[in-house]
Design a protein around this ligand. Structure first.
Ligand code: UDP
Ligand code: MG
Length: 226
């Protein structure tokens, strides 16, 4: 169910890769579109490491759709959904919301975007998130952009950004750091073992970090031509 393999078709001298068709499979009671033919980049890094800021730059330069799992969850709270209170309590505590909830929101946003290139920011946050996402969507990310930044610098940025977030206080920030180290870093290590992690020094000023980000997103042949 839902596993469609990319088929190389030989036409004269050229090998043409046929785009995988979108398939429909069942998740719970709903029919959802499988997104197995999309191009996904995961952004990982501690809270305040600059993922959201750099996503905006990547969207502008490279035409991706930005999906912030945290923003989708906050929008879900605002929408007055039945899960809202549960999500709000978990965010206040810096805890990870059940995979099923976050995955559904991500899938819906992907389907509604009309795009096939996505930056998934702040998800998967633990191994269970990762395994569930891969099992449900059949999506294997192209690479993981890892924002390497010290806790000291991240804490300073969060306390300065004043976005009015309920979880941007010292107490919750420390909990989020702990969850990041204990639960999210193992996901980075999983992808590292697959050779998929591109680590950048995220402690520098925004423009310098974006130079490093651009280098990761620019195809090698274009780099050689430049
Ligand atoms: N969160 C979650 N699952 C996700 C993404 C976020 O449970 O996949 C919750 C979690 O409580 C987290 C909070 O939302 O601490 C804020 O996440 P966000 O990614 O917005 O924070 P950031 O790391 O960007 O500061
Ligand atoms: Mg963020």
């Amino acid at each position: 169910m839902g596993t469609v393999v990319e088929t190389p078709v030989k036409e004269a001298d050229a090998t043409v890769t046929v785009k995988k068709p979108t398939v429909v499979f069942v998740l719970g009671k709903h029919f959802v579109l499988a997104l197995s033919s999309v191009f996904v980049v995961i952004l990982s890094g501690g809270p305040g490491s600059g993922k959201g800021t750099q996503c905006a730059n990547i969207v502008e330069h490279f035409g991706y759709t930005h999906l912030s799992a945290g923003d989708l969850l906050r929008a879900e709270i605002k929408s007055g959904s039945e899960n809202g209170t549960m999500i709000q309590n978990m965010i206040k505590e810096g805890k990870i919301v059940p995979s099923e909830v976050t995955i559904k929101l991500l899938q819906k946003a992907m389907e509604e975007s009309g795009n096939d290139k996505f930056l998934i920011d702040g998800f998967p946050r633990n191994e269970e998130n990762r395994a569930a996402f891969e099992a449900v969507t059949k999506i294997e990310p192209e690479f993981v952009l890892f924002f390497d930044c010290s806790e000291e610098e991240m804490e300073r940025r969060i306390l300065n950004r004043n976005q009015g977030r309920e979880d941007d206080n010292v107490e919750t920030i420390r909990k989020r750091f702990k969850v990041f180290l204990e639960s999210s870093l193992p996901v980075v290590q999983y992808y590292e073992a697959k050779g998929k992690v591109r680590k950048i020094d995220a402690a520098k000023p925004v423009a310098e970090v974006f130079d490093a980000v651009k280098a990761v997103f620019t195809p090698k042949d274009e780099k050689a031509a430049a």
